[in-house]
Ligand binder design. Structure first.
Ligand code: PEP
Ligand code: MN
Length: 362
């Protein structure tokens, strides 16, 4: 992607870039009171509020709509800060641009659909506006990157991403599965795009928001978009996860801000030594994987000789069980080892298929 070097989304000083505000704009008083209280947070970057809310079931509070836009604009003007709202269709974009909203965000339920995203991008063509794209509901990085590219293609210069976790059926203390590896992969694939974390939708519960904020910073994400409400318990949407502005101020002050080092500059001798050890261990690991693959090739020959199927369920189950047991004995996470062997085994099967196919076609 080709973006302006000086992004609009950049931290001002030592604190992470923070955009905060209610899940939904509910009333003039709620928006203004919340923003006035948020003003006490040093380095606050911008204000957010949902104007149109994409709710899972009909009958839930779906936002006040266009009528609430002037409240958000007034709050922003009062604090001298940019404001952010979610847009999900052309009319939303038009209303926001007309009102003077300077950050338009694309919600997770919209990022999943390239036709909607393209329509929104077209509605912004030539506009002087900044865009944040939330990850799609499911962890598909290409959809996320595709959406970022669609905004780049219509000439939006300041584009950021928001990591808000994923829908998952797995039991977890969080509302969304964090899936941090996707944010890390996004950083790798489009390093020029600033990434914010939305800890509110990941955590789903007030008490868990601070730890999610800290993980995001530890991973080197650029900022946070956090839901805050002057009276969270009475919020009309996402009541469980919103913080009071006062609490958010404490949370932000308690975060450890870590340095990002670009390149391999020497930080400490100790770190340098430990990294050398890791390099060595990884090298050995690769040699071992190569050795394992050599054996796999011989196994392919044997199976061919005896006309055996490549995949043997009983053997695979035995491998999983014994490796998980060994993991436990070595105090390693058995699910991590299971995942690792799934990758190794997938590669082993592919190699055997390749060998046997080649033999058949010779
Ligand atoms: C929101 O930010 O209020 C929201 C609806 O988020 P998401 O699209 O991440 O669910
Ligand atoms: Mn919300």
């Amino acid at each position: 992607m080709v973006l302006k070097k000086e992004s609009f989304f950049r931290s001002n000083g030592n604190s992470p870039m923070l955009i905060a505000g209610p899940c939904s704009a509910e009333s003039y008083e709620q928006v203004l009171e919340t923003s006035r209280e948020l003003a006490a947070i040093p380095g606050l970057f911008g204000l957010r509020a949902g104007i149109w809310k994409p709710r899972t079931r009909p009958g839930s509070f779906e936002g006040i709509g266009e009528q609430s836009l002037p409240w958000l604009i007034e709050a922003g003007n009062e604090l001298g800060l940019p404001v952010a709202a979610e847009v999900a269709k052309t009319e939303h974009v038009e209303a926001c641009l007309k009102a003077g909203v300077s950050i338009l965000w694309i919600g997770a339920r919209t990022t999943v659909n390239p036709i909607y995203v393209q329509e929104l991008a077209e509605a912004m063509r030539g506009a002087d506006v900044n865009v944040l794209v939330k990850n799609p509901i499911h962890p598909e990085i290409n959809l996320w990157i595709g959406a970022l590219e669609r905004f780049e293609q219509v000439g939006i210069q300041s584009i950021g991403a928001v990591h808000r976790g994923y829908f998952s059926l797995a039991a977890s203390p969080y509302r969304n599965e964090a899936g941090w590896e996707l944010a890390v992969e996004l950083r790798e694939r489009v390093p020029e795009v600033p990434i914010l974390c939305d800890p509110s939708h990941i955590a789903g519960k007030r008490a868990l928001v601070p730890e999610v904020c800290q993980i995001a910073l530890d991973l080197g994400l650029d900022g946070l978009m956090v839901e805050a409400h002057n009276n969270p318990e009475r919020a009309l949407s996402d009541a469980d996860q919103q913080l009071t502005p006062k609490r958010l101020k404490e949370v932000i002050a308690s975060l450890t801000i870590r340095d990002q080092i670009n390149g391999n500059i020497l930080v400490s001798n100790e770190l340098q030594k430990l990294r050398a050890q890791i390099d060595e261990v990884d090298h050995e690991l690769i040699q071992i994987v190569a050795k394992r693959l050599e054996i796999i090739r011989e196994i392919a020959n044997e199976k061919d000789k005896h006309n055996l199927a490549i995949f043997q369920l009983k053997r695979w189950m035995e491998i999983v069980e014994t490796r998980k047991q060994a993991a436990n004995e070595s105090k390693l996470s058995s699910s991590m080892i299971h995942e690792l062997f799934r990758v190794i085994h997938k590669n082993a099967l592919e190699e055997q298929v390749r060998i046997l196919n080649k033999r058949n076609s010779d």
